[in-house]
Design a protein around this ligand. Structure first.
Ligand SMILES: Cc1cc2nc3c(=O)[nH]c(=O)nc-3n(C[C@H](O)[C@H](O)[C@H](O)COP(=O)(O)O)c2cc1C
Length: 217
């Protein structure tokens, strides 16, 4: 599928996590196109409370990979499916481990940053420490970025394990206290092929007029 005949719904239907990436460089022009797509996204009151850190430096990528893998080992150390397990879950886990072990080989690690801001629902007297970074106003941008990557033939994955070493991460990259990192997106040319995403059918997740009233389709 070329960019010309790739329509929006084909892109949406085939934008899945691509965790096996080639180390080949991604041109600046494509990075700019991708980040620009991110900045077209909806966001609260058009405050555009995002910032994007494009990590290319090999030592910086290794820094991220070592910590990402350490989190993965702590959290998922017991979940390493054997090579004979052909189940879908096992395939996803193998891909997740591959990503953790090869994260530094992705030519670009994109850190999506969001301004810290307390949600309305947290009462002023309950606000302690740093406010969380804005997920609501950065995740539409993240999705635009994933779609833009797909449209350009690049693989990407929305990852969040960096939350487990966020303070160290912010210090390493000079990210000020005003911002936090909401997503770490490895980007590169995919080793495998794009394929359809797999999701539960609509009638299982869609209600008509009242919760529990399944959409009839
Ligand atoms: C909030 C969120 C956090 C995620 N964190 C990770 C992550 O840390 N590592 C990873 O490999 N995938 C992560 N993913 C990707 C999901 O595992 C993936 O989207 C899901 O399994 C569906 O698979 P697909 O994207 O291939 O269709 C995350 C997705 C979301 C929405």
């Amino acid at each position: 599928m070329t960019m010309d005949d790739c329509n929006l719904f084909e892109i949406i239907d085939t934008t899945r996590s691509m965790r096996r990436l080639k180390p080949d460089p991604v041109p600046d022009a494509l990075i700019e196109r991708i980040v620009s797509a991110g900045t077209r996204a909806p966001n609260g009151q058009n405050t555009q409370p995002w910032a994007f850190l494009v990590v290319r430096d090999p030592a910086a990528r290794r820094f991220l990979q070592e910590r990402y893998l350490a989190v993965m080992e702590r959290a998922m150390g017991d979940h390493r499916p054997g090579p004979d397990d052909r189940s879908r879950g096992a395939r996803t886990m193998r891909a997740a481990w591959h990503l953790a072990e090869h994260l530094h080989e992705a030519p670009v690690l994109l850190l999506v940053c969001g301004e810290r801001d307390w949600p309305f629902a947290v009462a002023p007297e309950d606000r302690r420490g740093l406010a969380p970074p804005s997920y609501g106003s950065t995740y539409p941008a993240v999705q635009n970025i994933l779609l833009a990557c797909r449209a350009l033939g690049l693989g990407a994955t929305l990852t969040t394990l960096h939350q487990m070493f966020e303070a160290e991460l912010c210090e390493r990259f000079g990210i000020p206290d005003t911002h936090g990192v909401t997503a770490l997106i490895p980007i590169g040319y995919p080793l495998g092929r794009f394929g359809p995403v797999r999701r539960r059918p609509l009638h299982e997740v869609t209600h008509l007029d009242r919760w529990g009233n399944s959409w009839p389709g």
